[in-house]
Design a protein around this ligand. Structure first.
Ligand code: PMP
Length: 303
């Protein structure tokens, strides 16, 4: 992997290789980190970070849930994003802010110093080359998401991603593009690192945040765009079999963007390719992030 030149680390821009931490850092042992995945897109008016303020807000919300005191203001963290994209000379990039309990205690409840970093690197389509056009074959994972009041799904915390890794690795091992997890209720939850949408009779169905999923910013963006297009949105508990019955299916996330799903568990969805509603929303999403449509909500944060 080619690493970028600069990284923001504890308040300073440093060479990538110098942003190191001790092996006895709390987060490495116990998953005590909170992070975000953010994208910067090139637009006709210059590079813009999409919904930066909302990502920073969610980072602080995750930190609040886990009592991780971030020693910077949200404004400082947002500015670190802009600065690190500028310093690396990127026009399009993925960004990864992370705040974690560092070195300073080994007990579970230790109040260690909190380290903060904002990295950025070049990233294409998360689920692979060509998937945004062709779609992926997905499977329902044998691993369920965590039950309510166990590990909070509403926080984007490092430890949560042991679940995501089990789901994603099992799917890849079995030859699928991505895994879909059920909640502890047995009803649909979300993908390993993506929210899920089904299209049924022209309406957009998605699982509720009570189904142990991350309240995705892309999910919210697509629901906003769909509403404006006059597409009905139904947020409800969805049994697994509706995956096999729906007309169209797609996953979404900052990394995965809008990825069509052409089959689940070997059953072809619709025509086995991206359907019309998926394509319409995918286009609206890319037009928005690339500044090809009007940014009426101030979601483009120019660097
Ligand atoms: N669910 C999980 C588990 C995720 O990791 C992500 C990616 N952050 C998402 C959903 C999608 O969230 P967003 O659209 O905010 O990137």
């Amino acid at each position: 992997m080619d690493y970028p030149q600069w990284i923001w680390h504890n308040g300073q821009v440093k060479p990538w290789a110098e942003a190191t931490t001790h092996v006895m850092s709390h987060a490495l042992h116990y998953g005590s980190s909170v992070f975000e995945g953010v994208r910067c897109y090139d637009t006709p008016h210059g590079p813009a970070i999409f919904r930066l303020e909302d990502h920073t807000k969610r980072l602080f919300a995750s930190a609040r849930i886990h009592e991780i005191e971030i020693p910077y203001t949200p404004e400082q963290i947002s500015e670190a994003h802009r600065e690190i994209v500028r310093r690396n000379g990127f026009r399009e990039a993925y960004l990864r802010p992370i705040a974690f309990r560092g070195l300073g205690g080994f007990g579970l409840s230790a109040d260690t110093p909190v380290d903060v970093s904002v990295a950025t690197w070049k990233m294409g389509a998360y689920l692979g080359e060509g998937v945004l056009e062709q779609g992926i074959d997905a499977c329902v994972s044998s691993w369920q998401r965590f039950a309510p009041n166990t590990i909070p799904a509403g926080a984007k915390a490092g430890g949560n991603y042991l679940s995501g890794q089990l789901v994603a690795r099992e799917a890849r091992r079995l030859g699928f593009g991505e895994g879909i997890a059920l909640a502890s209720t047995g009803l649909l939850s979300e993908g390993a690192g993506e929210n899920l949408f089904l299209v049924i009779d022209g309406a957009l169905h998605t699982t509720p945040i009570s189904a142990a999923l991350l309240n995705g910013i892309t999910r919210n963006t697509l629901m906003t765009l769909a509403r404006e297009m006059g597409i009905d949105i139904v947020e409800r508990d969805i049994p697994r079999e509706y995956l096999y019955l729906c007309d169209e299916l797609f996953m979404c996330g900052t990394a995965a963007e809008v990825t069509p799903i052409r089959s689940v568990d070997g059953r072809t969805i619709g025509a086995g390719k991206a359907g019309p509603v998926t394509l319409k929303l995918q286009k609206a999403y890319f037009d928005l992030v690339h500044g090809a449509s009007a940014d009426t909500r101030g979601w483009l944060d120019f660097i």
